[in-house]
Design a protein around this ligand. Structure first.
Ligand SMILES: [Zn+2]
Length: 286
């Protein structure tokens, strides 16, 4: 039943996105290093890397925004967008894949992103599917001594989650493993898991330093300290929810305990409120 309603919901979301009005959306950007920018519009944050011969996009937001995204990239570089890399399968990150592929880009993602796009729902046409996939790690060489490292991480937000790390530029895009300053969405129907999420955040913290620019899937470009505080909220909340569950409380009873109350005003006002983050943890903590 849950699966049916989820599929229905995906179809709804797709229909809603098709009807959604993006005419007022503006694409803006922030320069993070000599060759890397974060782009903001609607949906997941985009990373843009300018290589010696090509531009590389990490994620692509919604299809109707592609023209504006391409136009914005042109104000930053004359290099063609030859590569699009997805952090995971959700439509607010992959909706522009098809348009960019048609314009000549190669779409790259983890195996599970393609697998789920092919089998799970009808929200994405075949032209949006990644044509190059990897199962663990992959390195792209951008020229001028710069590299881009794709790292598949534990199932957390989905089971296709990938970090994209630029060691020479000290920038990392964490996709939706990082909702900076807010509660994360954990997509349980796509393999999401709170324990994977916390372990992935720990892994990212081991890579970054105080100078690293972290592009979250949603929210502002962040620092190591921001990521540490996000982790501490999740670790504390997970322990509280698990304790209630271990004591035999139902999900509904657990949601009434006010376990997240000190963060609800700051973290729980967006897409994911207190009840939903508690549900994600209750259902996926081991
Ligand atoms: Zn997502």
């Amino acid at each position: 039943m849950r699966k049916i309603s989820f599929l229905f919901c995906l179809v709804c979301m797709t229909a809603l996105n098709a009807q959604r009005d993006f005419s007022k959306t503006k694409i803006t950007s922030e320069k993070l290093s000599d060759n890397i920018y974060a782009l903001f519009g609607e949906g997941g944050n985009i990373g843009l890397a300018i290589g010696e011969d090509a531009a590389y996009l990490i994620d692509a937001q919604f299809g109707p925004l592609t023209e504006k995204i391409v136009a914005h990239v042109k104000t930053l570089s004359d290099k063609p967008i030859n590569f699009v890399l997805n952090t995971h399968l959700h439509g607010d990150h992959t909706g522009g894949n098809q348009n960019l592929a048609k314009a000549g880009a190669i779409i790259i993602a983890h195996d599970n992103v393609r697998k789920r796009m092919v089998t799970a729902d009808e929200s994405q046409p075949e032209g949006a599917f990644p044509v190059v996939t990897f199962n663990d790690k992959m390195t792209l060489y951008l020229g001028n001594g710069k590299s881009l490292h794709a790292m598949h991480v534990n199932p957390a937000h989905t089971d296709g989650d990938t970090y994209y790390y630029f060691p020479e530029e000290n920038v990392i895009h964490m996709g939706d493993n990082f909702f900076s300053g807010r509660y994360p969405y954990i997509d349980l129907n796509s393999g999401g898991d709170i324990d994977g999420l916390i372990s992935n955040i720990s892994m990212a913290l081991a890579i970054v330093d105080d100078g690293t620019k972290i592009i979250p899937g949603h929210g502002a470009v962040s620092s190591k300290a921001d990521l540490e505080s996000y982790k501490s909220v999740l670790v504390t909340l997970r322990a509280r929810v698990k304790k209630a569950r271990d004591e035999g409380k139902s999900l509904e009873e657990t949601q009434k305990l006010g376990l997240s109350k000190e963060w609800d005003a700051t973290h729980g006002q967006g897409f994911i409120n207190a009840d939903r983050i508690i549900e994600f943890i209750y259902k996926s903590a081991d």
